[in-house]
Design a protein around this ligand. Structure first.
Ligand SMILES: Cc1ncc(COP(=O)(O)O)c(C=O)c1O
Length: 340
């Protein structure tokens, strides 16, 4: 279905006009070395003597860093004959804390496939509603925040069951084990950073969820300059930061390669929310909580060692987390109501 002329969504006009920013299809907006997400320098919150840039992944067409992995995984399935003409009527099922599901749902519907997202119960309501808005079926499971391994009634188990029991209807990309996830960042995020900094990048600060981002960009950047420091920032255990994992929860990922990570910093998880608010108020950056946490990690390294040219991967923006932000920052719910 995806290749019939009326459903063809890639531009026929050749390369998009990136200078004019005119695109024949939203798919042409997906990031690449030639069309990178922006790097924006922080002006006010950086310790003196250091330079930090935020890479704004929310500028991707479906709003997060996960557009990269979702696109690479879908194309890989099509190329291997697991989706598309070789498997008519088949769609995708994926366990997700929201962002991968949203990117997959949007991309799948553009390619003519159905999408079923299996999400843990503590994922913010905004994300669940957005998944429905993007056209996905949504199942909510009992694991708390991130899909947990080993539990058949958790998100990963349920998605697997769909893929096993209804193989004609669903294939599961499985972002936690799929090398195409890391490859997306080796092919796009790493080269973008290298080019945007003219090879001067000294540190990259990133989070760990599936670990696709950290592994993929580290593979590329380490080849260009083995001295680039890849610093992973993670929330303290028992956290409430959607999309992220503490190292103790990382066994689920087959993409985690500790030899590529220079240092793992653990940050008290509450700071994800306070720093995200500060980034919006003082830098004009509408960062989500995982970006708040990454910023705090980068700030601490800048204070401790100095950072020549640091790039922070800001995975998504705050709009999907307003209910979580209100929970952690109760003053956000206090308004001056006229007449009271
Ligand atoms: C908001 C957010 N930040 C960070 C990450 C981590 O990225 P990765 O899965 O590539 O490790 C995710 C992943 O789901 C996420 O949703």
């Amino acid at each position: 279905m995806h290749s019939s002329p009326e459903n063809r969504v890639r531009s026929d006009a050749g390369r998009p006009d990136l200078d004019a920013r005119v695109f024949e299809s939203v798919l042409d907006m997906l990031p690449s070395e030639a069309n990178p997400t922006p790097l924006v320098r922080l002006q006010r919150l950086v310790p003196p003597g250091s330079t930090l840039y935020a890479k704004l992944e929310w500028m991707n067409p479906f709003g997060s860093v996960k557009d990269r992995a979702a696109w690479e995984m879908l194309r890989d399935l099509e190329e291997r004959g697991q989706l598309g003409e070789a498997k008519p009527g088949r769609g995708v099922v994926e366990p997700t804390s929201g962002n991968t599901g949203l990117s997959l749902a949007a991309l799948a519907s553009m390619r003519g496939y159905g999408m079923r997202a299996v999400v843990p119960s503590k994922v913010p309501d905004e994300k669940k509603a957005l998944l429905r808005l993007a056209g996905a079926e949504v199942d909510v499971t009992t694991d708390a925040l991130c899909p947990l391994p080993g539990s058949e009634d958790g998100a990963i188990g349920l998605a697997r069951t769909y893929a096993r029991a209804q193989g004609d209807k669903y294939v599961m990309p499985n972002q936690y084990e799929n090398q195409a996830n890391a490859r997306a960042h080796e092919r796009t995020t790493g080269p973008e950073i290298w080019r945007q900094t003219a090879g001067r990048v000294t540190h990259v600060f990133t989070a760990l969820g599936t670990v696709g981002t950290a592994t993929g960009l580290a593979r590329y950047l380490r080849k260009q300059n083995p001295d680039v420091k890849i610093i992973a920032v993670q929330p303290s255990p028992g956290h409430d930061v959607p999309g992220l994992r503490n190292v103790s929860e990382l066994s689920v990922s087959k993409l985690f390669d500790p030899s590529l990570i220079s240092e793992i910093l653990e940050i008290p998880h509450e700071l994800a929310y306070t720093r995200a608010a500060e980034l919006f108020r003082r830098e004009g950056l509408r960062a989500g909580p995982s970006s708040g946490l990454i910023f705090e990690g980068a700030r601490r390294v800048a204070e401790r060692d100095g950072v020549g040219l640091g790039v922070m991967i800001f995975c998504d923006d705050v709009f999907k987390y307003v209910s979580s932000m209100r929970k952690h920052l109760p003053e956000l719910g206090k308004f001056n109501v006229e007449g009271e």
